[in-house]
Structure formats: C-alpha cells, structure tokens
Design a protein around this ligand. Structure first.
Ligand SMILES: NC(=O)c1ccc[n+]([C@@H]2O[C@H](COP(=O)([O-])OP(=O)(O)OC[C@H]3O[C@@H](n4cnc5c(N)ncnc54)[C@H](O)[C@@H]3O)[C@@H](O)[C@H]2O)c1
Length: 326
C-alpha cells in the first residue's frame, strides 16, 4: 500500500511515523509547500517522491492513500479531489470549517471507491478507549449525569505560521482543539440539545481559553474546557470526570491508571494499555482498506455532527446565548 502525506508539518510527521511502523505500507510521497519542512521530512522519512503541489500527488496513479495533514481550510478541496480519484483518504480533524463543505466531502466519499475517515483520534487513544469500554459495560450505572472534560495546551507554536490562532484559518479554539472532547462525549452520549459557551480572549480578539456547556438529549450535561494558556514547558494536560448513577470515573493525563469510585464506597483502578493512539488510528484505517470494510469507528456523519456542535458553540461564544442544535 502506497501512502502520500499532504502537509509535512506537525501532524504530517506524526502520521508518517505511524505508517513507517506498519508492514506492507510504503511512505511513497509527500506534498509540502515549504522547502524547509520538505527537507526536514525527506531527511527523516525518505519518501520516494516529493511534490510542491498536492494535486500533483493526488494525480499520481501509484498512490493508494492520501493522508491529509494540511491546514483546515484546505481539507475540502484536497479531500474531494482525492476521493474523486478513488484514493483512500484519511483526513485530519476537523472535517471542514463549515457544514456545506463537510457535506460535500461526505457526498464525495459516498461515491468514491476509496475509504474515508476523519482522524478523530480520541476514539483510539488508550485512556479514552478504556473510558469508552467502562461506559459500554455500564461500570458507572445506566445513567450518565455529567461529564467534565478538559484539554489545555501551551500556545500552538509548533505549526507553520500562526494559522491555528486565526479563526478564519483554524475555525477557532472550539473547532480546532475542543472538537476532540466534544466528539468523544457525543460518541458516548449521543446528540446534543443546546450549547452555551464563555471564553477568555487575547489581544487579537482570539478566544484562547473556553468553557463550553453541552446539554445532551440524554439529559446529561457536559462541561468541556479547552485552551492554550498552559505555561511554556508544561505541555498538554487533559482530564475527564464522569458522574454516573453508580459512581464516578476520573482520568488525568499525567496518571497511568483511571480511578473508578463506586457509589457503594468501593474503589477500582483501571489499567490503561500502553499504546499510541495515533498508531492505533492509522493501523485501523489501513486495516479497513485491506479488509475492504467501512471505517465504522468514525463515520463522515459523526464528524459532521461534531462540527455542527462546535459551530453552535462558536455562535454562542459570539452572542452569549444558548444555541439550539438540530
Ligand atoms: N489529531 C490531532 O491531534 C491534531 C493535532 C494538531 C493538528 N491537527 C490537525 O492537523 C492539520 C494540520 O495541522 P498541523 O498542526 O500539522 O499544522 P502545520 O502547520 O504544522 O502543518 C501543515 C503543513 O501544511 C503545509 N502546507 C500549507 N499549505 C500547503 C499547500 N498548499 N501544499 C502543500 N503543503 C502545504 C505547511 O507548510 C505545513 O508544513 C489541521 O487540520 C489540524 O487541525 C490534528
């Protein structure tokens, strides 16, 4: 299987490292417009071919998989063209920055011979797969009342230019970062009724730390916080606390076990397998292609539903009111 990586930036390298570990997968090409990034990528991964224009890479008949790690505004044009050429497409989140584009991608995927998946990586991340299984096994009881989820990072200085800190480019903090946890809670609790949001802004009027409230159709409430105010050197920290009718589950990214406190007073520690979420995600997508099956863990519709809620939250951030989600 021959893979072409579109965008040799932060995520392009992360994905390339995963493909390099898979048997029978060849890192065939890379498309990158910055010569400096291209040189760095070539030194590290030695792909067979390089392209300064991503559409030339898509036109390469040798390539089976196009893995899109480009800035988010480029997702629709590149994904749709690759699907038209019947390539398999792994697309970094968010699927797109608006619903029209997201629907066009979904339609292109429906008629393509290529498989399509949006890289919502928490669905493959070890801590979160343990949480998912705990909920499916009803370790917290039948009813989930509340989820608190957070994801705090330092300023995103790893990406080319400043596009992540520009709302027109990245969609803003909710669509770029908080979508991870929003997607995860929706995967587990289902659809959202209405949302509300409050943010802290930087000098460029960019919401840099945000608290979102999601009222779920199930009756549960989710509080999701995200931001870039972690002091330099402290890295990424994430956490999830889930209150259910039979107990509380606590996950902190710096701890290697997940704590389950039962309503009756008992306590358990759940082991987290030592796996790399990015590798699991990419190995799963490659396996779906090999087996000829649809990547059901993340469907295009799932990615659209998560984007819809993020867009509602961004609206709430601007208007300061509750926003209903259809
Ligand atoms: N799943 C995750 O954990 C995660 C984390 C970070 C970013 N992302 C997503 O990954 C995507 C990429 O983000 P990133 O942080 O890697 O950004 P980045 O800026 O580090 O990388 C993007 C690369 O694309 C290149 N590029 C831009 N325009 C191009 C063009 N026309 N042709 C070829 N190359 C071009 C840039 O030069 C850059 O090297 C975004 O959609 C982002 O939301 C996902």
């Amino acid at each position: 299987m021959k893979v072409g990586i579109a965008g040799a930036g932060f995520m392009g390298e992360v994905h390339a490292e995963c493909y390099a570990k898979l048997n029978g997968v060849q890192l065939w090409g890379v498309a990158e417009k910055s010569q400096e990034r291209m040189d760095k990528f070539v030194t590290k991964f030695a792909p067979k071919k390089t392209y300064s224009d991503v559409f030339d890479m898509i036109a390469d008949e040798e390539i089976d998989v196009i893995d899109i790690c480009l800035p988010s505004p480029m997702h629709p044009a590149v994904a749709i063209e690759a699907l038209k050429q019947n390539k398999h497409v792994l697309l970094e989140k968010p699927i797109a920055l608006n619903l029209d584009d997201a629907l066009k991608i979904k339609q292109a995927a429906e008629v393509s011979r290529g498989k399509f998946m949006v890289a919502h990586v928490l669905r493959f991340w070890p801590q979160y797969t343990v949480i998912r299984k705990s909920l499916q096994d009803q370790l917290l009881g039948q009813q989930i009342q509340e989820i608190y989820a957070s994801r705090f990072n330092e300023l995103p200085l790893w990406s080319e230019g400043t596009w992540i800190m520009e709302e027109k480019q990245s969609g803003g903090l909710v669509i770029d970062l908080m979508i991870h946890d929003i997607d995860f809670v929706m995967w587990n609790l289902g659809k959202v009724n209405r949302v509300w949001c409050k943010g802290i802004y930087n000098e460029n009027d960019f919401a840099i730390q945000v608290m979102a409230v999601l009222e779920m159709k199930s009756g549960a409430v989710c509080y999701i916080e995200g931001g870039y105010l972690n002091p330099s050197g402290s890295g990424l920290s994430s956490q999830m606390r889930i209150y259910g009718s039979d107990g509380l589950l606590e996950m902190y990214s710096h701890q290697d076990k997940i704590k389950l406190v039962e309503t009756g007073g008992g306590q358990k520690e759940l082991n987290v397998p030592s796996m790399d979420g990015y590798f699991e995600e990419i190995a799963y997508f490659v396996d779906c292609i090999r087996q000829g099956r649809e990547p059901e863990v993340v469907t295009a519709q799932d990615a659209i539903e998560s984007l819809k809620v993020c867009l509602g939250l961004r609206d709430s951030l601007k208007r300061g009111t509750w926003i209903a989600i259809d």
